[in-house]
Design a protein around this ligand. Sequence first.
Ligand code: ACO
Length: 354
Amino acid sequence: MTRAVIIGSGSEIAPTRVTNAQMARIMDTSDEWIRERSGVEQRHFATPEIATSDLGVAAAGKALAAAGVRKEEVDLVVFATMTPDHFFPGCGTILQHKLGLRPVPCFDIRQQCSGFLYGLQLADAHIRSGLARTVLLVGAEVHIGFMPWTRENYAYALGTSDVPPTKEEWEWNSRFRHLVVLFGDAGSAVVLRASESEERGVLDQELHGAGADYEKLYVPGTGFKHRPYTDAEQLKRGDHIPVMDGRYVFKMATTSMVEVARSVLEKNGVRPDQLKLVLMHQANKRINEYCAKALGLREVQVPHNIHKYGNTTAATIPLLWDECARDGRLRPGDLVLMVAFGAGMTWGASLVRA
Ligand code: ACO
């Protein structure tokens, strides 16, 4: 049977490191609160000339190099992001052009934190059906575009300006504090290749989507539901910044991630202790600690990197894969479960033999 094997990975972290203490210079928050409630210690943000496609291209180039695959060999691009360069076209074709790939099919995936797993299923299906042999799967995000602060506030946070926020600016930034402290910018990519190996590859996947409560985590404005789709009033209200009911999302994430992980393990007759690693989406360290406990996993099985990068949405799972592959925690043949929950609401799990 043909399977899709991850044969290489690569990542690109945005250049500007911003600590929690720097965030606390421009809004009512603290390093202690952010660490305790989310596990984030710092994040990186893109500079103005860097778009999501750029982080994706850099990550994809490294993934191809790690896989030893030439650009001409890629015959499908899948790009997962919730922060595309433009409303249209998607980032897939932009990456195809910037990387100099052949004019292959390019899909964009709009499933937020579950985007990488949705992309993995699409890539796997193409490979199993024989439609593609070598797939580039990318997750990348530039969240800084929806951060509420002014350029001057940001310069003050970074220590390159002496002008602190006004009272109004401080209050405005603080209105979004539960959300903005969580995110960071990065790109990450994997190369998947068709293989006849019984030993390695994507073994099983389960994806879900349920939109009834989508307004618990969404961007209310700047969408084509509005006529015109964007205007100054929406920006003034902050409708371009995501709305998030943190407690609701926390509860849904823990319940759904545990359920879907159990379901995939049971279907495949795999016990939690047989997994080498469980790569969970990095939205909140407490969510993952809760899930790890509920699933009976040992600490060493559940790597985290949220403390370094924050939530990089579609990039978190491949980024974690890439880090573990590079530092030797993940080796060919290891059994890995990936689990995610994100806006939509969307969630899923993938069982993979590395
Ligand atoms: N700094 C200081 N205080 C804060 C901050 C902050 N950054 N943010 C919120 N607070 C305050 C609140 O105002 C509240 O104060 P009050 O008690 O005086 O009312 C208090 O802290 C507790 O707030 P909660 O919202 O109950 O805090 P909680 O422990 O739930 O943590 C958090 C909030 C971190 C947002 C958490 O709920 C969470 O991580 N939720 C899930 C997020 C997630 O998974 N998102 C999905 C991924 S994103 C995507 O798919 C696009």
